[in-house]
Design a protein around this ligand. Structure first.
Ligand code: NAD
Ligand code: GLY
Length: 364
């Protein structure tokens, strides 16, 4: 095991938990102190299982380990696939004294977490995220759930893990397209809350994309630190936590329109952040110079500049109306008032929003 293991804490009183970050941790780091009961059910998928399932079992010495291998893809983040986890738990007679382990990307983490939130009214779970996106975002904070054909992540629960184990070596096998998707969420933290991190990213984005170990480790640590701090202050998104959704209302519309699995979540967030930046500039919240600086960083991360071909402003508005950030009836968006400072607002006129949508949906 590397000696450069770093640890953060998500501070939630007696439900606080560690985020352990380092290289060579999978199969080596003993996670049994975070296991409730003497049984473990590892939830993973058909891509990750051959790569890491055997190794992951090494984290649970002395425990009786079962596993369930789900089909791979955002299109399987649904009731039918969720039920496979319950089938495996019941067939193997797991009681309430069991611990689920999510081994994989954000799809696995969200589904295993939701299964843990609801199996026998709630059991323990541990996150072992293996994509950049899940290491910097989805494994931390306890949002769990599945998609509905009418909207992303519409069914779910808040359920915090007992621990998050991030072995950055797992990123070595990540398909090339997944890295920019994770980087979108990394850049998000700089834009919404941490200007110093944003400046560091401007000089490090290429190192991250070529999987430079030190740059990746730093990006993951600083991202998790930002998320842990926000979640500790506002676990259930009563206010502050909503800033983590920069670009997500536009992005969820893109994902739903394209059909789950066609656009990666992080890609849609990347384009969504470009749209939020555009609207922030039109509203006079940020300068043209800051807009171009942020846009340049997002494009250097190799994220898509435009929504899918054929997506119209009306289609955006229809899908954005379903997004759960609008439950009050008003469309609320996360915008920027400076680089490193987000604002959550429904105070924008529809003309400006239409102008942004029109600009991004233009065909020429
Ligand atoms: P993903 O889970 O679909 O993983 C991407 C792909 O990489 C999959 O094919 C997966 O099998 C594969 N993979 C995973 N680890 C690998 C590895 N180490 N080597 C090789 N292949 C590997 O996608 P994602 O980007 O990790 O997560 C996206 C999901 O996360 C979305 O459903 C999104 O809604 C959710 N999300 C949730 C939160 C939250 O707070 N709960 C936050 C952000 C995103
Ligand atoms: N990804 C948004 C959140 O965790 O709140």
């Amino acid at each position: 095991m590397s000696d450069s293991v770093r640890q953060l804490e998500v501070g939630l009183g007696e439900r606080s938990y560690p985020i352990i970050i380092g290289r060579g941790l999978l199969g080596v780091r003993d996670l049994t102190p975070f296991v409730v009961g003497d049984r473990v059910m590892i939830v993973t998928n058909e891509t990750v299982a051959p790569l890491y399932l055997a190794q992951a079992k090494g984290c649970f010495p002395g425990k009786k380990i079962d596993s369930v291998i789900l089909p791979d893809g955002e299109q399987y983040k649904d009731w039918k696939t969720l039920n496979l986890i319950f089938d495996a738990l019941l067939e193997n007679k797991h009681s309430r004294k069991t611990t689920l382990v999510a081994l994989g990307g954000g799809v696995i983490g969200d589904m295993a977490g939701f299964a843990a939130a609801s199996y026998q009214r709630g059991v323990a779970f541990i996150q072992i995220p293996t994509t950049l996106l899940s290491q910097v975002d989805s494994s931390v904070g306890g949002k769990t759930g599945i998609n509905h054909p009418l909207g992303k992540n519409m069914i779910g629960a808040f359920h915090q893990p007992e621990a998050v184990l991030i072995d950055t070596d797992t990123l070595e096998t990540l398909p090339a397209r997944e890295l920019p998707a994770g980087l979108a969420e990394v850049i998000k933290y700089g834009l919404i809350r941490d200007q110093a991190f944003l400046v560091w990213l401007e000089s490090s984005v290429e190192a991250i994309t070529r999987l430079d170990k030190a740059a990746l480790a730093e990006a993951i640590y600083r991202s998790c630190a930002c998320k842990a701090e926000v979640v500790s202050q506002d676990e259930r998104e009563g206010g502050l936590r909503a800033i983590l959704n920069l670009g997500h209302t536009f992005g969820h519309a893109i994902e739903t329109h394209a059909g789950y699995g066609h656009w990666l979540h992080g890609e849609a967030v990347g384009t969504g952040m470009l749209m939020a930046l555009d609207l922030s500039t039109r509203l006079g919240l940020i300068s043209e110079t800051d807009h171009r600086r942020a846009e340049d960083l997002i494009l250097r991360a190799k994220l898509p500049a435009k929504p899918p071909e054929g997506m119209t402003p009306d289609r955006f508005l229809e899908l954005m109306a379903v997004d759960k950030k609008n439950v009050t009836g008003d469309l609320r968006l996360v915008l920027l008032q400076a680089l490193g400072a987000a604002v959550i607002t429904s105070e924008f006129d529809s003309e400006h929003l239409q102008a942004t949508l029109g600009y991004f949906c233009r065909t020429a």
